[in-house]
Design a protein. Structure first.
Length: 555
């Protein structure tokens, strides 16, 4: 000390120390043993996007993603005086960044732990652990780190008979549509927001990882029963169901979740991951926005369908799917009034594969949403072109029950109508009678939404199933398709003739149009005209044809 200089008092030293802490580029935080922030400097607050006043008294775990939340006991503090680690921290806006952290225990003169002081450095420019084990976009553990933790849980089941864990495989149902329509920037921000909501749905110590695309996995350790896993799955779906506001626009997603219970029966982490993934696909098949528990029957069925599924996926990638159009004629005027779109698979080796063979596979493997969306987009694009010169033309497109019940299907329909610009009234969606009646309660609100948009509704194969008057009134159907079975022997079979006549009369009494399917002969056509059937289609007029040939029919 210089001669004559006054020795600073204790309070002045503290003020100097406080000022020095504010000049540091490193974050400094002092916490109580239960994790409450007692002191933090300006660098620490700024690094994490806060003001100092926002942090005082808060839990220091606010800086860390949930899967890294860990506390320290008094006994641990006595044994560990100092520890250094690389990890990741989270800013107030939800973004993740890599850090190097050094923590020291502060003890009193008797060696009793009093607090913990932590120095934190942002090492974004030189992080190795972060890039190796964490996803750069979401900041979550990546597949490599997750598989390591999952492997430890699998090994633990061999040592502890009372140990139970569960794996959740989460797939975002609506993410691809948002990403395609709004661009990658919005898609990335939505993915990060989904990651934060999934984190918020979990317990302390659970691990969530981003394993690629729109897929996440969750490891739930030390659960008491499977219901603990279903409870978490429910909470994840509830959190994701709320709208995401990005750039002042609301986006919606949902999640299909597969759950596999960890037990001593698994030897490799890859096996339980595969089973959870299989259960997730089953959830998609059954309508999305739901969870399913894995059982052995799922694996048996999945293996049986695998060859067909792989071929169908290849067909979509290689553009082997095509649309053909069958003309529909008014029986009052004789004019071509519209067409029905038919999906065809032109297999390179087998030739034409019809929907009766591959649609059930698409439904069971969760691919029907993508196939159905492709069909509707393609046919609506074509209809837009035709209506430029034929403004009265109408399009009938088939929709399966499984497809219509997919979460977000109404939004897909709305987007296609907006993108193609065709009038909703020019589109008629056709649903199979049996499929409708098997899911009447679920389908009712969906069909209400379709009607509100001005889209027409049609029931196919009418007369082959329940033929309930109640659902005709309830669903406010616009038209009915008279099933081919009632036309086949219509001129020789009086009973068939009576049934067909009754159906036409019933439809007209309810002010519903009736269209005969698969008309093959002139006698059938004459019968339909005599009994005032509204329209007809079938081989007598034309089989389904490619768009180029249908264009010729229009001229």
């Amino acid at each position: 000390m210089a001669k004559g200089a006054r020795k600073p008092g204790k309070q002045e030293v503290l003020q100097l120390l406080h000022r020095a802490m504010d000049y540091l580029n490193l974050g400094v935080t002092i916490t109580s043993l239960d994790g409450k922030i007692l002191y933090t400097n300006q660098a620490e607050a700024k690094m994490h996007g806060y003001e100092i006043s926002d942090l005082m008294g808060k839990d220091a775990r606010i800086f860390a993603p949930r899967d890294l939340w860990k506390g320290i006991t008094v006994d641990e503090a006595r044994e560990i005086s100092s520890w250094r680690r690389e990890s990741v921290n989270i800013r107030q806006d939800g973004s993740i960044f890599p850090v190097q952290i050094i923590s020291d225990v502060i003890s009193d003169e008797n060696g009793n732990p009093q607090a913990v002081i932590t120095v934190c450095e942002d090492i974004t420019d030189k992080a190795s652990l972060f890039t190796a084990y964490y996803d750069a976009l979401t900041g979550l553990p990546n597949r490599m780190l997750f598989m390591d933790r999952l492997g430890r849980s699998v090994k633990r089941t061999k040592r502890r008979t009372d140990y139970l864990f569960a794996l959740l495989y989460i797939d975002l149902d609506e993410f691809k549509a948002v990403n395609d329509a709004s661009g990658r920037n919005i898609g990335d921000r939505l993915l990060v927001a989904c990651a934060r909501r999934i984190e918020a749905s979990l317990r302390f110590g659970d691990t969530v990882a981003h394993v690629g695309g729109d897929e996440f996995v969750v490891l739930l350790e030390d659960i008491h029963a499977v219901k603990d896993a279903t409870f978490v799955a429910d909470r994840v779906q509830q959190h994701l169901a709320l709208p995401f506001n990005i750039n002042d626009q609301d986006f919606y997603v949902s999640a299909s979740i597969g759950i596999a219970k960890g037990s001593s029966g698994y030897d490799r982490p890859e096996d339980i991951l595969h089973d959870a993934n299989t259960a997730m696909y089953r959830a998609k098949v059954l309508g999305r926005n739901r969870y399913e528990l894995f059982d052995d029957s799922m694996l048996t069925r999945a293996m049986a369908l695998l060859p067909l599924e792989l071929n169908l996926r290849r067909a979509i990638e290689n553009q082997e799917l095509q649309v053909e159009y069958q003309p529909i004629y008014s029986l009052e005027t004789g004019k071509l009034e519209g067409c029905e779109a038919f999906l065809r698979w032109h297999h390179p080796e087998r030739g034409v594969v019809f929907p009766e063979e591959f649609v059930p596979v698409a439904e069971e493997t969760g691919m029907m949403a993508a196939v159905g969306e492709w069909l509707l987009q393609k046919s609506c694009n074509q209809m837009k072109t035709w209506r430029e010169t034929n403004p009265q033309l109408k399009l009938c497109s088939r929709v399966t029950g499984a497809e219509a019940m997919q979460h977000g299907w109404i939004r897909t329909l709305t987007r296609i109508l907006e993108q193609t610009g065709i009038s909703p009234a020019s589109l008629e969606l056709q649903i199979n009678e049996t499929a409708l009646m098997q899911n009447a309660e679920k389908m009712a609100p969906i069909l209400d939404e379709v009607r509100k948009k001005g889209v027409q509704l049609s029931i196919s194969d009418y007369g082959s199933g329940h033929s309930s008057l109640e659902y005709l009134k309830r669903f406010q159907i616009n038209s009915l398709k008279l099933d081919r079975a009632f036309l086949r022997d219509i001129t020789q079979n009086k009973q068939q003739e009576s049934v067909a006549t009754a159906m036409i009369t019933l439809a007209h009494s309810l002010r519903i149009r009736i269209v005969a399917e698969d008309v093959e002969t002139e006698d059938q056509l004459a019968f339909l005209r005599w009994h005032h059937c509204d329209a007809a289609q079938g081989p007598f007029f034309s089989p389904p044809v490619p768009a180029e040939e249908f264009t010729k029919l229009l001229t």
